[in-house]
Design a protein around this ligand. Structure first.
Ligand code: ADP
Length: 542
């Protein structure tokens, strides 16, 4: 027997309709690419998104066509998202931090028809435009006064482009499983892979995010997503914030400590989300200038492991830290680390122990850990295995790739190695390709990195496995010191001594000026492995 409830397709434009109707006056504040701070609200944002939809429709963009955006977090960018999806086209966010050849590869693979971009990226696109045959025109997110001279095909200033229609338009009707958005994984190994979100998965993901123990901002809150819209959907905040009527503060192109601090402070932001590198810059700026953030309640941090010293810095300011883990393929939230009831009373180091784990899966994310043969491993907080996930906002396949990506039970292998404890808290111990295999036993590079960055002189640390004649691989610790600091190999190793098993101790320490990062802010281990491929460990010589 079927239920007798209404058929109400979960379409993303329903979110902005709701926000405009119920929270119409709630603001979206943007640090614009042109410079000034500009303000709009959900009512106006929806009206302009409808113009985008109408204008794309006039442009001949149809259901399933791909429209790329290469842009910072701004209200204009957000209007484009809703406008593109609202006619059943696919909003393809492109990460401008990738190499130009990779950007070209991705646009060609997606066969984008239109590219919507910020002033910042016009020169970059001009360099590769000749090799982008599918692109029919470029829309520059600015007005006539700021529109540059450009060789980009049929280029037009966004404000002029949407002024050509009256906004009297209705969203199109289609099935909730229609593709809404796409985002390529950064392809740290191999070609980038296209993740294709549906309207249904985006709407469900907004509910996952709006769970009080996940992102959980309310209509009374103000959220600043530092995490870019082109990085795994800005963790879904473009959907979850309007669904709640949360005020949004969009940082535009300026993500340095001083600029982010200024917005957090003047707009009295209560929730913010970003990767550890961003928080490192913010904390350094605050420490140097003896600043506080009395309104900030929650910092969500993910994308790579949040160092314990960083968690402590926020906790000491009375700010709640939620360590999150996820990936592009998961829309992206997989786990969030709010304190569950059994841990709520904890203080001091015990509390930090829990906060340092990556959190637990909210409803609609299922997880298991397995050994290499696929056998499930216990949730005892110690045993680590391959982390596999399942849920309605998790990829079942990649765009235009035939390979099967799910196991026989429908789980997706995340490529991460993790432990799970009895309350479902997950702790990443490694990427499966980064784990150090010493004499057949696994050493977690992330645990060693977390420990090393606790040293007061260390700015950032990376651990890679290097060849060892007896053990196959041994850990090499690569350190970037804080500006103006000096330290020796012995200083660092004696700091780590006693805090980990003896056989986990790095065999050597190498100091570098800067640790390289990927386009999504993760340590670029492939480049470090390359740089240190002939490294001779002192222990290997003995
Ligand atoms: P990429 O394409 O660069 O892998 P994603 O943003 O999809 O981009 O990255 C997902 C990966 O990032 C995860 O599989 C995991 O390895 C890593 N990651 C994300 N959050 C965390 C975290 N809190 N701690 C450790 N690693 C993390």
């Amino acid at each position: 027997m079927r239920g007798l409830m209404q058929d109400w397709p979960m379409l993303t434009h329903r979110i902005i309709d709701h926000a405009a109707r119920v929270h119409g006056d709630r603001e979206i504040v943007t640090r614009s690419v042109e410079g000034p701070i500009v303000r709009t609200n959900y009512r106006n944002l929806r009206a302009r998104a409808l113009r985008v939809a109408q204008r794309l429709d006039r442009e001949g963009i149809k259901l399933g066509d791909r429209v790329a955006t290469i842009a910072w977090n701004t209200a204009r960018h957000m209007e484009c998202w809703y406008g593109i999806m609202g006619i059943g086209a696919v909003c393809h966010t492109v990460n401008p931090r990738l190499f130009p050849e990779q950007i070209g590869w991705i646009i060609n693979h997606a066969q984008d028809r239109i590219v919507i971009t910020d002033l910042t990226f016009v020169p970059l696109l001009e360099k590769i435009a000749d090799n982008l045959p599918s692109v029919e025109r470029y829309i520059v997110l600015t007005d006539k006064a700021h529109m540059p001279q450009t060789t980009l095909k049929n280029a037009v200033a966004y404000e002029d482009w949407i002024a050509e229609v009256d906004g009297n338009f209705k969203w199109k009707e289609f099935d909730e499983n229609t593709a809404a958005a796409m985002c390529y994984t950064s392809g740290t190994t191999g070609d980038p892979k296209g993740v294709l979100y549906s309207h249904r998965s985006n709407v469900l993901h907004s509910l996952i995010a709006n769970n009080g123990d996940a992102l959980g901002a309310t209509s009374k809150d103000t959220m600043l997503p530092v995490v870019p819209l082109f990085h795994a959907n800005s963790w879904g905040i473009v959907f979850s914030a309007p669904a709640m009527g949360t005020k949004l503060v969009m940082p535009g192109p300026k993500l340095d400590g001083e600029s982010v601090y200024e917005l957090l402070s003047t707009e009295k932001v209560t929730y913010t989300a970003g990767v550890p590198t961003v928080w490192l810059m913010l904390l350094q700026h605050m420490e140097k200038n003896k600043l506080t953030l009395p309104d900030l309640k929650v910092v969500i941090c993910g994308g790579s492991a949040m160092p314990r010293s960083m968690i402590k810095a926020f906790v000491d300011m009375g700010i709640e830290v939620r360590h999150a883990w996820g990936m592009t393929e998961m829309s992206p939230l997989g786990t969030v680390g709010a304190l569950q009831a059994p841990y709520a009373h904890l203080t001091g180091e015990d509390k930090l122990d829990v906060l340092q784990m990556q959190g637990y899966p909210p409803f609609m994310v299922e997880m298991k850990i397995t050994d290499d043969a696929g056998k499930e491993l216990p949730w005892d907080g110690k045993t680590f295995g391959r982390l596999k996930v399942k849920g309605p906002a998790i990829s079942g396949a990649y765009y235009r790739v035939d390979t099967k990506i799910l196991d026989e039970d429908g789980y997706f292998d995340t490529g991460d190695v993790a432990t799970m404890n009895e309350h479902g808290y997950m702790r990443i111990t490694d990427r499966s390709k980064d784990v150090i295999k010493s004499g057949g036993e696994w050493i977690s590079s992330i645990d060693l990195e977390n420990l090393a960055v606790g040293h007061p002189k260390v700015a950032e640390a990376a651990v890679i496995g290097v060849y060892h004649p007896k053990w196959d691989e041994r850990p090499l610790l690569i350190v970037q010191l804080k500006e103006g600091e000096s330290a020796t190999r012995e200083d660092i190793l004696s700091y780590m001594d006693g805090k980990i098993a003896k056989w986990w101790m790095p065999d050597d320490v190498a100091f570098v000026k800067a640790i390289p990062h990927t386009a999504t802010g993760k340590i670029l281990k492939t480049s470090l492995r390359d740089q240190f491929k002939d490294y001779k460990l002192p222990s290997a010589a003995a």
